[in-house]
Ligand binder design. Structure first.
Ligand code: BYC
Ligand code: FE
Ligand code: FE
Length: 481
C-alpha cells in the first residue's frame, strides 16, 4: 500500500487520494462542501439531524475492518473520498483498447462520454436521499430508522465520490456539474433528477424496501459495469462504493422478508389461509401478499427502465472505448471486443415475444438488464420460502420484462405481468390487479406509525433475525434528541 492509499482521517474531508498534497483540488472540494451541507440540512432526513445514530463510517479500504461503528449525528458524518486499492498492472478490460494499460487521466477523445456517465451516476445518489427524506417519522423501529440513515449517509458519500472525479479530472465543467448535482431535485418540475425512477416518490416503508431491493440493485449492476472501466480512478471509486452497496440491498431484501413474515404469521395466528381475503387480513395490521406483489411489479418495472434501451449506441460506444464494461467483464471468457458476436434480445415479432440475435455490441444494456433480473431472483425465491413455510398458497413473481415499461422496446405496449398483449381497454380493466391501487396505498399508509421504543416493532414487520454488529434486541440504535 502506498502512502497515498492510507486514509487521512484527520483532514476536513477524510480521503485516501492525497488531498493534502493537491491544494487546488482540496480548495475546489472545500468550496463545494458548504453547499453539500446546506443540501443535506434542507433535503436530507427531515426531523432527525440532531439524533445520535449508530452508524458505520468507512475508515479504511481494506477488505477487513474498513468500517467503524459509533453514534454520530448525521450532519457530522465523515463523508470521505475513498478509492479501492490500485491493482498493479491493470489493463483496459474491453473494447478497442483492450489489453492496453489503464488510463490514470481522462483520455481526451472520451471526455464527454465519461463525464456524462459520471454525472448520471452522481445524480442518482442525492436523488435517493431526497426521495427518502420523510420516512424517518414513520419508522417501524429504531433498527429500521438506523438502517434508513445508514443508507442515506452512504448515498451522500457516493455523491462525494462522483464529485471528486468531476472536480479532479474535468476542470471547469466538472466544477459546474458538481454544482448542478446539488441543484436538481427529485420530482421537481423544472429541475428534475436525470433518470425516471429517481423522480418517483418513496412515500412509505414498503416502497423504501422495494427501492433498496430493486433500485439499489440497479446501482450495484451499474457500479459493477463502471468498476470495469479503463479509466482507473472511476474503477477504483466504484469498487469501493460496491462494498457499501451490499448493505443497501440487504436492507431491502430483509425488509421485504420481514414484511412477508409478519403477514404470514398473522394469517396463521388468525387461521386465515386465503391470501386474497383482504377483508380479514388487513385488519390484522399487516400488508397482504397481493399488495406486496403489486409493489414488486411497480418497482421492478420502474427499475428495468434504468437500464436504458435494449439496443443502444451509447452503450456500444462506452464499451468500445473501454469506459464501461459488462457485469464481471474481466471474468468473462471471450475476446472482450464483441465485434462479430451476437446477443439474444427479447422483442415483439409479429405479435409475439421472441428472442432475436442482435449485434452484441449494441445489446449491452439488454445484457446488463438480464444479469440484473438473474440477480433479483434469489431474494424472491427466499421470500417465497417464508410463505410456503407457513403453508400459504401464494408465490411472489417478477413480472414479464415488457410489463409497465416506459423506456425501450416495450414502451408502447400494454402487457400483463405474465406477458400477454392487451388492448388499452383490457389494460384499464385489469391494471388494479397488477399495480398498487389507491386503496393499497391507503392501507399501507394507515400502518405507517412510528415505533421509537428500543426493541419494539410495528405489527406489519417482523423483528430482524439479528442486530447490526450483533447488538442485542433492545439496543438503542438511534438516540432521539
Ligand atoms: N430515464 O441509449 P439509451 C444508483 C436516456 S442507480 C430517463 O437508451 P444509455 C442508485 C439516456 O440518458 C445507477 N432517461 O441509454 C440506486 C439517453 O439520453 P441522451 C445509476 C433515460 O445511454 C439507488 C437516451 O435516453 N448509474 O446508483 O445506453 C440509490 C437514450 O439512451 C432513461 C447509471 O445509470 C431513464 N430511465 O443508457 C442510489 C450508470 N434511460 O443522452 C443510487 C451511468 C435512458 O440521449 N449511466 N435514458 O439525452 C448509464 O450507464 C446510462 O446512461 C444508462 C442509459 C444506463 C442510464
Ligand atoms: Fe449509491
Ligand atoms: Fe445504494
Amino acid at each position: 500500500m502506498t502512502s497515498s492509499e492510507k486514509v487521512d482521517y484527520d483532514a476536513l474531508i477524510p480521503n485516501n487520494v492525497g488531498l493534502a498534497d493537491d491544494p487546488k483540488l482540496r480548495r475546489a472540494l472545500e468550496a463545494w462542501h458548504p453547499g453539500y451541507i446546506d443540501w443535506w440540512m434542507s433535503m436530507g432526513p427531515e426531523g432527525f439531524q440532531a439524533a445520535d445514530v449508530f452508524l458505520r463510517t468507512a475508515v479504511s479500504v481494506e477488505n477487513e475492518g474498513w468500517a467503524q461503528f459509533d453514534y454520530v449525528k448525521m450532519p457530522d458524518y465523515r463523508w470521505g473520498i475513498l478509492l479501492a486499492p490500485a491493482v498493479e498492472g491493470r489493463t483496459i478490460p474491453c473494447g478497442e483498447h483492450a489489453g492496453e494499460p489503464v488510463w490514470q487521466e481522462v483520455p481526451g477523445e472520451y471526455r464527454a462520454l465519461l463525464r456524462r456517465l459520471i454525472v448520471i451516476q452522481g445524480d442518482t445518489e442525492p436523488a435517493s436521499v431526497e426521495q427518502q427524506r420523510f420516512l424517518g417519522a414513520t419508522a417501524p423501529s429504531l433498527y429500521d430508522l438506523r438502517n434508513l440513515f445508514q443508507v442515506n449517509v452512504e448515498e451522500g458519500r457516493h455523491l462525494w465520490a462522483m464529485v471528486y472525479l468531476l472536480q479532479k479530472y474535468f476542470g471547469r465543467d466538472g466544477r459546474e456539474e458538481a454544482g448542478a448535482l446539488l441543484e436538481r431535485q427529485s420530482g421537481s418540475d423544472d429541475r428534475p433528477r436525470m433518470l425516471g425512477a429517481f423522480n418517483e416518490e418513496t412515500p412509505d416503508w414498503l416502497s423504501f424496501f422495494m427501492f433498496t431491493y430493486f433500485t439499489d440493485r440497479d446501482g450495484k449492476m451499474q457500479l459493477e459495469a463502471l468498476a470495469q472501466s479503463g479509466f482507473d480512478p472511476l474503477s477504483r471509486t466504484c469498487r469501493f462504493m460496491l462494498a457499501e452497496e451490499a448493505h443497501h440491498m440487504f436492507v431491502g431484501y430483509t425488509g421485504i422478508r420481514r414484511v412477508v413474515q409478519a403477514t404470514v404469521e398473522a394469517m396463521e395466528a388468525a387461521g386465515i389461509e386465503d391470501p386474497y381475503d383482504l377483508e380479514a387480513i388487513r385488519p390484522l395490521g399487516v400488508i397482504d401478499l397481493p399488495t406486496v406483489q403489486r409493489k414488486t411489479n411497480q418497482h421492478f418495472s420502474l427499475t428495468l427502465d434504468l437500464f436504458g434501451s435494449e439496443e443502444s449506441t451509447n452503450a456500444a460506444n462506452a464499451f468500445n472505448a473501454g469506459i464501461k464494461g459488462r457485469y464481471h467483464e474481466s471474468q468473462l471468457d471471450d475476446d472482450h471486443r464483441l465485434i462479430n458476436d451476437t446477443y439474444p434480445v427479447m422483442k415483439l415479432v409479429d405479435g409475439r415475444f421472441r428472442s432475436v440475435d442482435v449485434p452484441a455490441l449494441i445489446a449491452l444494456n439488454a445484457r446488463l438488464r438480464d444479469d440484473f433480473i438473474d440477480d433479483c431472483q434469489g431474494g424472491v425465491a427466499r421470500w417465497n420460502r417464508v410463505i410456503a413455510g407457513a403453508g400459504i398458497d401464494f408465490e411472489i413473481r417478477l413480472p414479464h420484462v415488457a410489463f409497465n415499461r416506459e423506456i425501450g422496446e416495450f414502451s408502447d405496449l400494454n402487457t400483463s405481468p405474465t406477458g400477454e398483449l392487451l388492448t388499452d381497454d383490457e389494460w384499464e380493466a385489469a391494471v388494479d390487479e397488477w399495480l398498487p391501487t389507491v386503496a393499497d396505498r391507503a392501507h399501507i399508509e394507515s400502518l405507517m406509525n412510528s415505533k421509537f421504543e428500543a426493541g419494539e416493532y410495528a405489527s406489519w414487520i417482523a423483528p430482524p433475525s439479528k442486530g447490526i454488529q450483533n447488538k442485542p434486541e433492545d439496543f438503542l440504535y438511534v438516540k432521539l434528541p
